[in-house]
Design a protein around this ligand. Structure first.
Ligand code: IDP
Ligand code: MG
Length: 140
């Protein structure tokens, strides 16, 4: 399996509870390496653009409001089969369904405030990485 990259966001519910390190520790223990990271405040336009694929979903407006409710940490993660490795350690979208030891089981507050975002495909990982990082900001 090849070393690849994925995109992660530590969401406002986690930064608010000072869990940046706690979430990152679980990512690292899963074999992922943080090769770019920055703490930012998303604008409404940035959040709407990032989640444009969900704009017809009933939870879209609430999701955007949540994602701009506090700082987030955007990260590029590198590792063996990074998209799947990250999705596995994240756990299910709804923490009630997430497996023991996953980030969402350990930290998430609700199906919305679920502590982390992770790309769902290699193609989307590349798009999402480019949405937030210039190539020279990523150092593997
Ligand atoms: P994912 O983050 O596990 O990939 P998606 O279906 O892509 O899940 O949804 C994006 C985000 O939208 C979720 O992480 C969560 O924050 C929010 N979300 C998803 N489903 C619901 C819902 O039914 N109610 C409220 N928020 C939701
Ligand atoms: Mg998703």
């Amino acid at each position: 399996m090849a070393v690849t990259r994925t995109f992660s966001i530590i969401k406002p519910d986690a930064t608010r509870r000072n869990l940046t390190g706690g979430v990152t520790k679980l990512l690292e223990e899963a074999g992922l390496r943080v090769v770019a990271s920055k703490r930012i405040q998303l604008s409404q336009e940035q959040a709407e653009g990032f989640y444009a694929v969900h704009k017809e979903r009933p939870f879209f407006n609430d999701l955007v409001s949540f994602m701009i409710s506090g700082p987030v940490v955007v990260q590029v993660l590198e590792g063996e089969d990074a998209v799947k490795t990250n999705r596995d350690v994240m756990g299910a979208t709804n923490p009630a369904d997430a497996a023991e030891g996953t980030i969402r089981k350990t930290f998430a507050e609700s199906i919305e405030a679920n502590s982390v975002h992770g790309s769902d495909s290699e193609e989307n990982a590349a798009i999402e990485i480019a949405y937030f990082f210039k190539p020279e900001e990523i150092v593997g």
